[in-house]
Design a protein around this ligand. Structure first.
Ligand SMILES: [Zn+2]
Length: 293
């Protein structure tokens, strides 16, 4: 595993409590529990083919060289300028890349100097979810990179919010599995943020997506992991899904407009209108799926 020693240093700095191999073995096990044993190999392969680059935003002067040596192909888009910008941002995130064998893989950038803020465990597991979702070069889970049909003023890709909410929900399920086994690898039990439902996507957004997930869990997991959306679309109807996704994006617009911070009556009226529309879409999906059996 790459950057192993560096992570040991990260451990000393209190970023990840343990070593990367051990942590990733927990991650693989917990995601397999959440997604199902039939995905054990897929999950293992994707996590193992991932590249994990620990870096120190302030002191890593050889970042580009480190990336060169790290096990993914540096295409023309990964210029020194681009990668140094990645380092300067200092974020924990996953980038799509080409593995040494030409296949799509995820590269995770782990900022070891990041202070623990009670969300590191969540952020790391969410990003592991993205690595597991990489089945091709065009998408991550449901989020189509090539689709620059931005849907609202915040510049989201069309299925981005749906995919992010799903990724958050599954990361939370994985955290439950780990905590049930008393595994805490980043922050200690008492240092975690208390309201994990509000990280990245809001609680309300997750609740909307959970209704769909509760009803079509198998199809959603299959489509998310394989990039073959037809399984979900055939179940619920493509039109119904598009309507559902459209409502999600509209609700996101309201949230970004301050709905739950200082939203006025008008914003809430729109929000409740969307919730009613959702009820109709859920019903239509149920009808469609009972016909398609
Ligand atoms: Zn994400």
């Amino acid at each position: 595993m790459l950057e192993y020693e560096r992570l040991e240093m990260g451990y000393c700095m209190g970023f990840l409590d343990g070593n990367l191999n051990e942590i990733l073995s927990y991650v693989k096990e917990a995601y397999t529990k959440v997604y199902g044993i039939q995905y054990k190999k897929l999950i293992t392969d994707r996590i193992d083919s991932g590249v994990y680059i620990c870096y120190d935003k302030d002191s890593d002067s050889d970042f580009y060289d480190k990336c060169l040596k790290s096990g993914f192909k540096l295409d023309h888009e990964y210029t020194r300028l681009y990668l140094d910008a990645v380092k300067d941002d200092g974020n924990l995130f996953v980038m799509h890349a080409r593995g040494k064998d030409g296949k799509p893989i995820g590269v995770m950038f782990l900022p070891i100097s990041k202070e623990l803020d009670g969300q590191v465990e969540f952020a790391f597991l969410h990003e592991c979810g993205h690595i597991i979702d990489i089945s091709n070069f065009e998408a991550n889970g449901f989020d189509l990179y090539g689709d620059f049909h931005y849907v609202n003023p915040s510049d989201y890709r069309e299925y981005e919010r749906f995919n992010e909410a799903l990724t958050d929900i599954f990361a939370l399920e994985v955290i439950d599995v780990l905590h049930d086994a008393n595994i805490y690898f980043a922050e200690g039990k008492n240092d975690l943020v208390s309201n994990t439902e509000e990280i990245n996507t809001t609680f309300q957004m997750k609740e909307i997506v959970r209704v769909l997930l509760d009803n079509y869990r198998d199809e959603i997991i299959y489509s998310k992991l394989t990039g073959d959306y037809s399984v979900l679309f055939n179940k619920v109807g493509k039109d119904n899904f598009e309507k559902f996704n459209n409502i999600i994006n509209q609700v996101q617009c309201l949230i970004d407009g301050g709905l739950f911070i200082d939203g006025d009556n008008d914003l809430f009226a729109q929000y409740y209108g969307f919730l009613e529309d959702l009820e109709m879409v859920y019903n239509n999906m149920n009808k469609y799926s009972s016909k398609s059996i």
